[in-house]
Design a protein around this ligand. Sequence first.
Ligand SMILES: [Zn+2]
Length: 1120
Amino acid sequence: LRNLHGGTVVASYPFDDSASHVMQGYYSRSVDDNLFKHLALTYAKNHPVMRTGEPKCPDTPDETFEDGIVNGAKWYDVPGGMQDYNYLNGNCLEITMELSCCKFPPASELKKEWDYNRESLIAYLEQVHIGVRGYVKEATNGTALPDVRIMVAGINHNLTTAQFGDYYRLLLPGTYNVSAIATGYMSMTVVGVQVVEGKATELNFTLAPLGNEPTGGITVPFTPTTTEARPPAQPEHQPIQPQDFRHHHYNDMELFLRRYSNGFRSIAHLYSIGKSAEDRELYVMVISDNPTVHEPGEPEFKYIANMHGNEVVGRELLLNLIEYLCHNYGSDPEVTQLVNTTRIHIMPSMNPDGYEIAREGDVRGYTGRNNSNNFDLNRNFPDQFTTITEPRQPETIAVMNWLKSNPFVLSANLHGGSLVVNYPYDDDKQGRTEYSKCPDDKVFKQVARAYSQENALMHKGHPCEDLYQSEFFEDGITNGANWYNVPGGMQDWNYLNTNCFEVTIELGCVKYPKAQHLPLYWDQNHRALLQYIHQIHRGVKGMVIDIKDGTGIPNATITVEEIDHQITTHLAGDYWRLLVPGTYHLTASAQGYNSVKIYATVPEEGVELVDFRLTRMRSDPNGQAPMDPRATQDPAEEVFQSFIKDLSLGQGLEQLVQSTVTESSFRYRRYKELSEFLRGLTFNFPKITSLHSLGQSVEYRTIWALEISNKPDEPETAEPKIRLVGGIHGNAPVGTELLLEFAAFLCINYGKNPTITRLINETRIVILPSINPDGRELAREKQCTSTVGMTNTHGKDLDTDFFGNASQRVVEAQPETRAVMDLILERGFTLSVALDGGSLLATYPYDKPVQPVENEETLKYLANVYARNHPKMHLGDTGCSMGNIPDGVLRAAERQSHMGSMKDFSVDFGHCPEITVYTGCCLFPPAVQLATLWAENRKALLSMLVEVHKGVRGVVKDKSGKPIVGAMIVLNGGVRVFTAEGGYFHALLAPGNHNIEAVADGYQQQRQEVVVSSYEAASSIIIEFDMDNRIFGLPREFVVATAAASMTALVVTACIIWCVCSAKSNQQKDGFHRLRQHRDDYEDEIRLTSMGSKKSLLSNEFQDESESDEDALYTNADKL
Ligand SMILES: [Zn+2]
């Protein structure tokens, strides 16, 4: 607001003063006066008070403005205003809006002010698109010309073009003559330019240089200069060469990348894969015709530079490459074809922190080589021969995750300090300097030569004669280990852990050359950089698809006979196999499919297309009905299949996480708060939750179980049931908080997020957040290693208290253990996950030593799924002095072997696979870390809700269609599950082929083969028993009657034992345990005598009986 003047409501426009500085009433007109009036009117006429021109302000009640606008100087002469400065010294037109009579009105009026001004602000904003706009380019090489004057005849006010040669000249509708003028160029005028209302007219200029002055001439002397003059591929066409030859520090580089991603949106997309140790973004520019997505069939290429911070040539070359690709796309055939057929990822700096301390002119120094934690990133990757003990760095972790989530095919990693292309392997077992051949040696030599051949100096093979006189590399390439050993390098990790082939390129003997030499590096390498990208289009590529429905098969393997290196297909079934010319035997295999073998000939030039069509396996040795998992599907099931498939592949879960809300102030909750939190959930979400007490701790705290399901109080036996358990050790309460958060997360998103809603509708989720509440009360925050609170009040580590077999039990089970054991023994659970702390990994049974678990493959697979969906766990760096654990997954006994663990009990007696997840090294980390821990585990926890739907499921019936309850399903001759109400069963299995047998008393055993996939939901199978009319040579009815009689007898006996025991003991519970023990003994016996079908049926009846009694003691436990 102006000096000496109260507030008012008006739009005023330039000029604000005049040469004479007459105080009032002198109209000071700019050459764009009509335009300014139009702009001021646009604002005023959309403002209900301003447009009246009569603000009626208390200070000046009589002041009026025609149409609500006024020329600044006419109203009041103000020298030194911002508005006029904008117009006279910049390209910008500015007007001044006075918005209210009162300068600082009460807050209550702000809403009214917003309503008055909203339309005006938007209408005014739209005016930026009127007039003429366009670009000014150089005629010979097409580069943008900044600072070119744009003149409109008759209006003596010039604009200049901005950085990209772009300009915006606001004009009122009409016909104009517009000129572009720049020193050193022929000026250009376009006459009769039509400007219409509402939309800017596009007008581009191309200015030819005056005379024949060469542009971008390089006159820098450089020894040795050996760039050969090469005839251009197409003499009539000259690609546009890059111009930006200088060293780009982080901020400069960031600006450069943003400029290109904004300026070339259709082909350039900038993203970050994470942050450096000092929080700098690890940027990647992706250049392709559809840069933001992987197009099935189009291979992904990458260049990574500046991994060693002081080796900077690659960094600048890659920025130049971005310039080159962007400017030549659409005009240069080679660039256009490369960009259209390849997705090219360019990471100019993997070590931006190191770069910032490196120094220009460094020839072979080390300052800035390492990251800011002083680790060499190219010694920081897991190695096949050596254990890397140095902690994995954030840059390394980011790159590893990046490589795992994109189907890269070919890559190069740009270094400096020598001049050679180096290919795998980089080391060998003995650490000797000798050739360490990888299975794809021929391919690597071919791609390495493709680069070195285009760099004449490199190709000669004498890299740095001044520094290392005797060094010679034939053709300018070398096997890594044959040069010198590099354990922990990125290149080998690519080859051994992904589908990507990577080489390491040394670009020159000087690590950090002077900026003036950069153009020469471009000259020497730019053909090689392009030629290397072309190598991605050699060998064999194609699709692996299901012959029946034509859908792609993800994660299928492509094997080449005699090359011991498999390639896997991406999500759509697409694959690429780099190969040198020749004829090969290729085999495509996928779980549940018959393999297909094909001969293929790789041509001298280009790529051979080979598609594989695979048939589902339908083998069945017993000649029974073949089990095509898709045969029995109804449409609803098919929809669910694709729902699970979407969540299992690619970014499905990631997208789910992104699309869900999570709102919590993370903190630790002790027992009282925890109970309130759980009650709060059931109060707020009564339709999908139900809270039960499983029993009480030694100090009478309740062991809570929260069920989340669409019908929480109904036993929906057709749905899989998952158990999530936290806080078995009270001193490791992270799991408790994660489970509370997870429960809230599920509830809050129910009905809002369709995926979460569906998962809850189809799954029964039982959460036991804290099973050792007494220990938890004693534990203290920030105690990372303390054992205070680990045990229950009796000093018992609950994870050593789960014994199913009475003979192994020395003393009575702790009440906490008892409560959880009873829940486990109810069976019916498909999967269980326990959360604990003290390392960063997932373990699977057994905890007890010696014995391998029967379904080890399945349990290990489940642990792997969790670890894989955790951003750090799967990298295997436990970070808590446990060294590297491959994939972050370990058999529990190898971590710390002990008897009586919960998961062993769950597997042996609950017939439910259970894994234990250790969420971090610190047992009780500070509360501020909870948000991070939640972010790390959210996706993995969700993955378990998806995983529980896989495996095999079905219904067991007799011939008449009557479901058979308590039938035993034997998996691969070992692990058993039992059918529930309705004859339902569900068992998780590792992907692959499995044999299942169904056994029920009085029926003939049934055997079937099933195929389990890693990304498909279990499809429902129906096992139908033939009625066996005569059992043991007796009529069926008779046997059933006898069995019923024996059962009655047993029940009576049990009651008698129970009564006697009750009488003997003061505690009702004791007598109870005897019964339990009986049953436990029974279980063991069953395990020993395989296929004890009759007994199992009996034991089931027996169990039912005992549990009905138990209800009196443990309220509601049966509802779970
Ligand atoms: Zn290096």
